[in-house]
Design a protein around this ligand. Structure first.
Ligand code: GRF
Length: 203
């Protein structure tokens, strides 16, 4: 399945997805990587693997809609069938979501609906929860609010800092995102209203 990744930062989830596709038979081909941040490390990583990249810096456009129109054109050009957000730090507008005729997934570093938005791991540590984790969900117009496909929990330890919890969650993210994508691509994910049924779970 022809897949695009949008990311704003270091790109470790992109790398996990790419490795799963190259070494673990995840049936996607990452054909394009885009970023709103010209200096994002993910762009260099993608180039190393020969994947075309493009920057959609928000300051180059008069408004968000113009940036998102360019994103759609870029995805059509690459004949994208699946869009994966991997640390993309912008909320996509409803027009973009309606016009994209392919699934859009996101990964978030908390057990949604707890701690949406920025600094989810810091929010979890400050709140004092004993369990946190990560969530892969369909993207809708809201902030980290779309139907949930899979979640993985990790413990929050008494000595945890934002960094140590982030690291534990990140390891779970790298397992969870390829697993959720595999379910989607294999047709095992069925949306019923805002809920997602998993028809047959692998592994
Ligand atoms: C991850 O924690 C992801 O869940 C969040 O942003 C971070 C991106 O990390 N949305 P990376 O760029 O994939 O390493």
């Amino acid at each position: 399945m022809r897949t695009a990744v949008l990311a704003s930062g270091r790109g470790s989830n992109f790398k996990a997805l790419l490795e799963a596709s190259k070494k673990e038979g995840l049936p996607i081909e990452i054909v394009a990587v885009g970023s709103d941040q010209p200096r994002a490390a993910v762009l260099g990583l993608a180039k190393e693997f020969g994947i075309p990249t493009q920057v959609f810096s928000i300051k180059d456009y008069p408004h968000r809609q113009a940036q998102e129109e360019e994103l759609l054109i870029w995805m059509r050009k690459h004949r994208v069938e699946l869009l994966l957000l991997a640390g993309y730090m912008r909320v996509l507008g409803s027009e973009f979501i309606q016009q994209a005729n392919f699934p859009i997934l996101n990964i978030h570093p908390s057990l949604l609906p707890s701690f949406p938005g920025l600094h989810a791991q810091r929010q979890a540590v400050e709140y004092g929860v004993k369990v946190s984790g990560c969530t892969v969900h369909f993207v809708d117009e809201g902030l980290d609010s779309g139907p949930i496909i899979l979640q993985e929990a990790v413990p929050v330890l008494a000595a945890d800092t934002e960094d140590s919890l982030s690291q534990r969650i990140l390891e779970a993210e790298h397992r969870l995102y390829p697993k959720a994508v595999r379910l989607l691509v294999s047709g095992s994910v069925k949306r019923v209203g805002r809920r997602v049924q998993i028809l047959q779970q692998e592994g």
